[in-house]
Design a protein. Sequence first.
Length: 243
Amino acid sequence: MRAYAIGDIHGHRSGLERAHRLIAADRDRVGDSAAPVVHIGDLCDRGPDTKGVIDVLLTGLDRGEPWVVLKGNHDRMMQRFLETPPRRDPGLRADLSWLHPNLGGQGTLASYGVDTGADAATVHRAALDLVPETHRAFLAGLPTSHRLGALFFCHAGIRPGVPLEDQVEDDLLWIRGDFLNSTADHGALVVHGHTPVEVVTHYGNRLNIDTGAGYGEPLSAVVLEGRQAWLLTEEGRARIVPI
């Protein structure tokens, strides 16, 4: 069983389009037009064109591309800010909001033409005017995980010891230490992002595909066949050997 996956996008439309080109080239090489492409979440924030990223994804889904788009913690922060009244994500530290410069909400709203220099209430009203309802509904409806045979896709990871079907949204979007430090067999290879690594890394029980696009590093795309994985490059596949 074959699947493709794309790491945390963080508002980089050009990186997303390059990842799709690499996947299309691999599809041509192996003659597979049906394998799903799983986007691992964090579509928004820190990059220049969140609006463009969501436009690309919606356009592809509308034309019937076999794409799965998962919700990341940044996507949920954006979704909750765009509610009335806005809600703060419980995963954030008490002293932070989505509009804090370190999180990227201001840049995301700027991609929609929102002036983020005003007070939060004014910014919220402008965001409701300028972020299309289709984008808001898309964010609200994103699934938090996807199971495919020997693979389990989610944004951040899972709670070790909890059955995959019983995982809760807060863990799927936010977990780090307990998951990252676990060497347990989770019953499937967990493909995730959320915690940037220098290169896509296969740990045996999990595959981290977030290579830091939110911090100016390249966005990665991979192909999986069973629990084996390859990085997609301009030259073709590069095997990712478990460490």
